[in-house]
Design a protein around this ligand. Structure first.
Ligand SMILES: NC(=O)c1ccc[n+]([C@@H]2O[C@H](COP(=O)([O-])OP(=O)(O)OC[C@H]3O[C@@H](n4cnc5c(N)ncnc54)[C@H](O)[C@@H]3O)[C@@H](O)[C@H]2O)c1
Length: 314
């Protein structure tokens, strides 16, 4: 008999639909949502009868996976599965599911809002007005400019789609793609060097890797006055190099949502032509509700044997 544990710190806070789906499924469930991330002890206790866990970012290491002997599926609310020991899950025959498509629009919208805000020097001018100072700074259009997207997966493509009415030129660097696969969005596949040299805005959306996609030496390869946006993962750009490039005025500004060490409170916070957000690109109410609905649907479909092989992370 299946049993679902909801281990998310909050659940159905903004919309009752995920809870209604759970109730309508007829599957016994427990909700452990205290507003705080579930601890290991709480997880082991609350999850001991669970066959399916609807999971947040709490760790599922080898010890947890071994202790939860009834567990057959982890249905993650979100994309990242870094907190799950996938090798052990695979060994134990535990299916891992996630919601990779839901956050795409939210991240793409934040990226584009950063292009416009940075181009119009919005932060500096709005702060000046807040201090009753009438200060008019140089600003630029986004329309007509060249946007370089590094990593042309779900998010990179959505950005290109959203930017269509703005008459921008889109360059893409993605070593895993063929030329034909980017053309229908009006983008041109180039190598990274060309992208850095020709783009007014460089926007990083590559899959996580151990080496930065923008290394310390890459800043000098970018156009003078260009902008950098990173919404992928911390560590994908060299933060010290970025600091130097902005202080020296080689770059005009940057927008970052992710940092090598989080929470971030380093020197980039002091630069007024930089806009930083606390790794919350996906944190819109609409996205949260859609993610909860999808991960509950995934959990229910798993219990009915309806999950296909290509949906499984493991
Ligand atoms: N800020 C946030 O809250 C947030 C939310 C969701 C996703 N993300 C991150 O955004 C990034 C993109 O997400 P997605 O859903 O579009 O992923 P995706 O897997 O759909 O696309 C990633 C793309 O990156 C490409 N790539 C891999 N290595 C590359 C490299 N060295 N240079 C250029 N391209 C490379 C891949 O070929 C792929 O096309 C990921 O790093 C993801 O972790 C961040």
């Amino acid at each position: 008999m299946d049993n679902i544990l909801i281990a998310l710190s909050t659940f159905a806070e903004f919309d009752a639909k995920p809870l209604e789906l759970l109730k309508a499924s007829g599957i016994p469930y427990t909700i452990h949502s205290t507003g705080k991330r579930i601890t290991k002890e709480e997880l082991l206790q609350a999850g001991k009868n669970a066959t399916v866990i609807v999971a947040g970012v709490e760790p599922y290491d080898a010890e947890v996976l071994s202790a939860l002997t009834n567990l057959r599926c982890i249905s993650r609310c979100g994309v990242g599965v870094d907190a799950i020991d996938l090798e052990t899950a695979s060994e134990k025959g535990i299916t891992v599911l996630n919601t990779p498509d839901v956050p795409t629009i939210a991240v793409a919208e934040l990226a584009i809002s950063l292009y416009f805000s940075l181009s119009r020097n919005l932060r500096v001018q709005a702060n000046s007005m807040g201090n009753k100072k009438w200060e008019r700074l140089e600003s630029h259009l986004v329309s007509g400019r060249t946007i370089g997207i590094i990593g042309f997966g779900r998010i990179g493509r959505k950005i290109a789609e959203f930017l269509k009415p703005f008459n921008v030129k889109i360059l893409v660097a993605d070593p895993f793609l063929a030329k034909e696969s980017v053309g229908n969005l009006g983008a041109t596949l180039v190598d990274k060097e060309t992208l850095l040299r020709e783009s007014d805005i460089v926007s990083v959306h590559a899959a996580k890797s151990n080496t930065p996609v923008i290394g310390a030496d890459d800043y000098s390869r970018m156009k003078k006055g260009a902008l950098l946006v990173n919404l992928s993962r911390g560590g994908m750009i060299d933060e010290d190099g970025l600091l130097k490039a902005i202080r020296s005025k080689h770059l005009a500004g940057a927008g970052l949502d992710v940092f090598a060490k989080e929470p971030y409170n380093g020197p980039l916070c002091d630069l007024e032509n930089v806009i930083l957000t606390p790794h919350n690109a996906t944190s819109t109410v609409e996205t949260r509700v859609a993610m909860e609905v999808e991960c509950v649907e995934n959990a229910i479909r798993f219990t009915k044997g309806l999950v296909t092989a290509d949906e499984k992370v493991v």
